[in-house]
Design a protein around this ligand. Sequence first.
Ligand code: PGA
Ligand code: ZN
Length: 434
Amino acid sequence: MTDFKISKIKSRWILDSRGIPTIESDVFAGKAYSRAAVPSGASTGVLEALELRDGGKAFMGKHVLKAIANVNNILGKKLVGFDVREQEIIDAEMISIDGTENKSNLGANAILSVSLAIARLASQLSEIPLFNYIYNLAYKKSRDDYLLPLPCCNIINGGEHAGNNLSIQEFMVLPVGAKTFSQAIQNVAEVYQTLKKLLLKKYGPSAINVGDEGGFAPNLNLTSEAVEIIIKAIETAGFLLGTDFVLGMDAAASEFFEEDFYNIDGRKLSEEELLEYYMDLIHEYPFKSIEDPFNEKDFRNFSNLTAKVDESIQIVDDDITVTNINILEKAIKEKAGNALLLKVNQIGSLTEAIKAARMAFDNGFNVMVSHRSGETEDTFIADLAVGLCTGQLKTGATCRSERTGKFNQLLRIEEILGENAKYPLKLNSWKDFH
Ligand code: PGA
Ligand code: ZN
């Protein structure tokens, strides 16, 4: 008889992709165990659940020994005996032990490492793939075919993720013309390598250094320069702009917002001017996804832009909603955006992340599962995107193992599913899939 009861939890620190410590936990049931690690952002939303860091000298204050102790000494004791298949009950228990609104007692990083490892252990002991287990958990039913995500790949990095002058944080290519996930990621990889050659030729060797999310970080000054060279790469690689690829961006505008203006392209734009700036970009180029176009407190301008753009264009809420259902509710009510960026560590438990995705879907919002700029080799979010049937995932460029690890996991999932692996053949076709 399989033993599903938690017998032990053991946590440790590991290094994330920026060389900063993060937490990883092993959850045991008898001799079996599963492991999960927690990522970390750079352009974080102010209302994210608290990532507990030690302060003091070690790792410049960024050590996570307190979070580790909270797992080993508190959660590790209180959760012994719980059945790992009771995800919602265990997550609720951890939230109650923490006792704060933003998980500041135990740390969202501590809680999340356990929450994810529990789901992984339950899937392992139940002998079903993680994506399948997550689907059953999220939708309380089962299915045979699954939607692999459109990989929204960030191939030029700016903002907080790169040492250059680009204000926009992420320039993404969306391989909408592919028929399968593997074809999609191959298409992106070909564009990425072509972009490398073009950058080298036009701007010299320093232009092919990569940023935190594996995209190139050329020292460009203007949004249009980045967009133009990406378009050239798409076409030089033999693809058709608008058909094979459309474009996306994460402005992460809180990072270039300065009290009453936005610092972009060497100019200081008012909120009205920034809105026009986006409208001009949309008219000139096939942008179909724009994330965090205004600072994270500005629901009004998120609404204004959402109302102005064509329905086929996503306005994606990241820092503004921080995967929190209470804030998402407000965004839905005010039509501030029409898509949710889903980051598990913004909220700190799998159950709450699932709730946020379901609330988004139930209210006509799209959902894009997302990595953080500080990642680990953990590939949980690949299974999460498939399990929630979001149809979209952003996890950087086709470069750097902490990014490609997620794509590689999706290639394996595609193989496992065989004919039951579906791919969004056009934008928004994911809507009827959950
Ligand atoms: P972050 O960046 O992980 O540094 O927050 C990702 C994003 O803003 O989407
Ligand atoms: Zn973002």
